[in-house]
Design a protein around this ligand. Structure first.
Ligand code: SAH
Length: 512
């Protein structure tokens, strides 16, 4: 009986070429479930963040000078761990069955009766050119492509490549591991009859933030290696399609390409902002500076909830406000129908979504979340003796509340949730200290104060710039001595994203 609870199993998983988004769903699932991950040098290290807390991580790469495992040791390790009942992920760059020794490792496991599965990955051979705008095949330009190791010295008598066939056969030649031998590869291909004017491209660190592409011709492609303008890992493409890259190079057109951003939003809310920034090419690390927790004392909120039908409006300023308010309502056993006569305002589209998920109709959502618009919208809809309830965090200061009170409206601000400092990982603190981030996002004043508090207690500097969701958050940051490069005009994540784009968005660069 095969049962992977008892017998271990090995998963030969392809981790893709570098961009963390190019890991397969199945690969990610296995990383989450693994007892042990044995990983190679070229894998994107952030993939290891998918590993569970208990998972053992073993580096098997072969970096010059550093300690590494021999192939025999890796093989034996997989067998030992799987025999001990462990779920072993053997994580490789790109696809495991393309120049990754995946085939050899599978054969080793097979002979020893160890169960294994192969999870293909996105190979650098196709994806790296794709990120440089180079299709492997294209109508009228290339109808065949070959993937070749450049590791073999073409001058070797016993070379296993048929250079003659390579020079005259496939339309597109894609070399991996070819940087070191490029001058000899070029010479040999020309000698065997490949046209020296054939377009060629070298793509270094493809799909990664520092991706660099050189578009050239076969006759001079090696000069860039001699001048140290490229270094491994790189994919070399030779063929008509290489000439398409400059036209189709979408990667270098992304406006925030390479911008390094730390997103300090609470974990459950960070994702949307991160995705927006990533799509524009930014390299985003998520590390929440705060977490959302219940209030220490519910009495304020409970008093308001007890007389909820006394209010004319409830103004929700965040998703957290909605979630905490309804959680408490339910806990106190108050029937939602008590809200029948109360109007609901939602600030921010996500806040409105949260109410609509509860099948409630929102009476007012400002088009844009800027203080004036919210204020004028509410002014139009309220009567002078209306009573408003704002369930929110205790620390928040608000232009909105100040404005409403100036109008003479009755505004009850009650604590519905609190924010608490979340511990930032050590490497993030180091990265902030040594200026590894171009920007740090602040989506509330409490993200600023919690982050500063931690930096202070670790003796670290804020060697970056802030991107604030609104003027109050920006002010808090400046009061703490932080430089603020971006302040959103619309106080939402969309507004923050747009402000980052306006300040840091770039046109096409020659070297991306
Ligand atoms: N199994 C891997 C290839 C392993 S061989 C795959 O399917 O992608 C290692 C070679 O892959 C490197 O020498 C380089 O030629 C290429 N390579 C891998 N990742 C790369 C990247 N991000 N950018 C450029 N080349 C890369």
């Amino acid at each position: 009986m095969m049962n992977d609870e008892i017998h271990g199993e090995v998963y030969l998983v392809g981790g893709g070429p570098g961009d963390p988004g190019l890991l397969t769903c199945r690969g990610r699932q296995l990383l989450e479930e693994a007892d042990i991950i044995i990983y190679d040098r070229l894998i994107e290290t952030s993939l290891l963040n998918h590993a569970g807390e208990e998972c053992e991580l073993i580096y098997a790469g072969k970096k010059p000078g550093a300690h590494s495992l021999t192939q025999e040791e890796i093989n034996q390790l997989m067998v030992d761990k799987a025999s001990a009942g462990k779920k072993v992920v053997r994580l490789k760059g790109g696809d495991p069955f393309l120049f990754g020794r995946g085939g050899e490792e599978a054969a080793y496991l097979e002979v020893r009766g160890i169960a294994f599965q192969v999870v293909p990955g996105i190979t650098s051979a196709l994806s790296v050119p794709a990120y440089a705008g180079i299709p492997a095949t294209m109508r009228k330009k290339a109808s065949s492509a070959a993937v070749i190791t450049g590791h073999e010295d073409p001058d070797k008598e016993e070379s296993s490549h048929s250079w003659r066939h390579l020079a005259r056969g496939p339309d597109t030649l894609i070399f991996l591991m070819g940087v070191g031998n490029l001058p000899r590869i070029k010479k040999r291909l020309i000698k065997e009859g490949l046209e020296p004017e054939t377009p060629a491209a070298i793509i270094e660190r493809g799909t990664r933030p520092g991706q660099k592409t050189i578009y050239s011709r076969l006759k001079e492609v090696d000069s860039y290696v001699e001048d140290d303008k490229v270094s491994p890992p790189a994919v070399i493409v030779i063929g008509e399609v290489a000439g398409e890259g400059e036209k189709l190079s979408w990667f270098k057109r992304r406006p925030l390409r390479g911008l390094r951003i730390l997103n300090t939003r609470p974990a459950h809310q960070a994702r949307r902002l991160t995705r927006r920034l990533q799509k524009a090419g930014a390299v985003v690390r998520e590390a929440p500076a705060i977490s959302i927790v219940p209030p220490r004392d519910f009495s304020e909120l409970d008093d308001s909830l007890a007389d909820i039908d006394d209010y004319d409006w409830i103004v929700f300023t965040s998703q957290n406000g909605v979630a905490s308010f309804f959680r408490r309502l339910q806990k106190l056993g108050i029937d939602i129908r008590q809200l029948a006569g109360v109007k609901l305002a939602a600030i921010g589209s996500r806040t409105a979504d949260k109410l609509e998920e509860k099948k409630l109709t929102v009476d007012f959502t400002p088009e844009e979340f800027v203080a004036e618009e919210v204020l004028s919208g509410l002014r139009k809809r309220t009567n002078p003796d209306d009573k408003l309830l704002l369930p929110r965090t205790p620390r928040a200061r608000s232009l909105l509340v100040e404005g409403l009170r100036e109008d003479g409206l009755w505004v009850d601000e009650v604590t519905a949730y609190r924010t608490e400092a979340a511990e930032l990982p050590e490497d993030v603190i180091e990265d902030i200290d040594d200026g590894s981030y171009d920007l740090v996002t602040f989506t509330s004043s409490s993200t600023v104060t919690c982050l500063c508090h931690q930096l202070e207690s670790e003796g670290a500097e804020f060697a970056s710039q802030g991107a604030a969701i609104g003027p109050i958050t920006a002010e808090t940051a400046r009061d703490k001595g932080l430089e603020v490069a971006v302040t959103a005009e619309e106080y939402t994540c969309r507004g923050l994203y747009q402000a980052v784009l306006a300040e840091f968005g770039r046109g096409v660069s020659a070297n991306a």
